[in-house]
Design a protein. Structure first.
Length: 351
């Protein structure tokens, strides 16, 4: 298919640490395009958004896309990692402080909420936020105002909050580690960001983007991917997501010879491949044919509750496949978590 996939990168990609985040996101896979469509629909509102996804999947870039697609695009976008600061420092940075509020406060300083006024504030790894800070953040969301440390008068702020997490916040709520009222304040809209191996059509466009990026940095002629290298990229399960893919391509451009990047240049971990065995279907068409044959076999057996049997088996298999993770299972099956929980309860897989 000849088209240019939608690519999001940071304004200054050279300033991005690959040990922290993905530096590019591509919208080419059907799942990614579905997410992009949802972003376009919710971005013009002022609703708070919770982005759910594993480390290295590009949560901050998705937040930036929401901001750029919103009516606040000309205003500031600030990104903060909640796990990178101590509780005391986080409070002073988030809300600001007045001169003399504490030892070392030689001047007054505006916090991130004030700095992002009119725009968007992105709080990454919101699950790492200490409970006392959760209370104060909730108050800001409820009142629309902040109080600097050492001040008495509140300041009105107009900020759209986008939070992100790679942990199950519902579980954190159940365990008392995260406030339920804050969770629902943040989760007005939820954006589930699939892991890289669940959006395979993004892999090669991303790889080609990183090839172009690093070929320019290294001042070399841009190589192409051999068919075997492309196949290896698609067969790999990418436990480190986009961040790992970028590192793999960067290294490949340092060691390859000739005009093409070959499979050996990628140095992918053998243990992280999911190659089909010879007796298993290897293409979507083969898989569909195999599934159809199994269905016809069930038809011939004449199950009285065939539909329930197929649904139950699908739910069980998907739940096991995602290691009993409800959020991922629901995303895999394309159903809501509430619908999934109804099935799991009926199957006695959860209380």
């Amino acid at each position: 298919m000849n088209y240019s996939p939608h690519i999001i990168t940071f304004p200054d990609p050279r300033a991005v640490s690959l040990s922290i985040r993905a530096s590019a996101v591509v919208f080419a896979d059907p799942k990614s395009l579905q997410l992009l469509s949802l972003i376009d629909r919710v971005a013009p509102s002022n609703a708070n958004i919770l982005i759910i996804g594993e480390t290295g999947t590009g949560k901050e870039l998705v937040a930036r896309q929401v901001h750029l697609s919103s009516l606040r695009a000309s205003k500031p976008f600030l990104a903060i990692n909640c796990g990178a600061f101590s509780e005391t420092l986080f409070e002073s940075e988030l809300f600001g402080f007045e001169k003399g509020a504490f030892t070392g406060a030689m001047t007054s300083k505006a916090g991130w909420f004030e700095a992002a006024n009119g725009g968007t504030l992105f709080l990454d790894e919101i699950g790492d936020l200490p409970l006392p800070m959760q209370v104060k953040l909730l108050r800001v969301l409820q009142e629309g105002e902040v109080v600097r440390i050492g001040a008495r008068k509140p300041l009105k702020v107009d900020v759209r909050l986008i939070a992100a997490t790679n942990v199950d916040l519902e579980k954190a709520v159940a365990e008392g580690r995260f406030r339920e009222d804050l969770y629902y304040r943040l989760r007005v809209v939820a954006l589930d960001l699939p892991i890289l191996r669940e959006r395979p059509r993004d892999i090669v466009p991303l790889a080609k983007h990183f090839i172009t990026k690093y070929a320019q940095r290294l001042d070399i002629v841009e190589p192409t991917l051999s068919p075997q290298a492309e196949r290896a990229l698609l067969d790999y399960i990418w436990p480190g997501n986009i961040r790992e893919l970028e590192n793999v391509i960067h290294r490949a451009l340092l060691v390859f010879h000739g005009k093409h990047i070959e499979e050996d240049d990628l140095h992918l971990l053998a243990a992280q491949f999911e190659r089909p065995s010879r007796d298993q279907p290897s293409t979507p068409a083969d898989l569909q044919d195999c599934f159809t044959r199994h269905l016809k076999g069930l038809f011939e057996e004449g199950h009285e509750t065939l539909f329930d049997h197929v649904v139950d088996h699908t739910i069980r298999t998907a739940y096991e496949w995602e290691h009993l993770n409800q959020v991922r299972t629901a995303r895999l099956l394309g159903i809501s978590r509430n619908v999934l929980r109804t099935h799991l309860k009926r199957l006695k897989l959860i209380d």
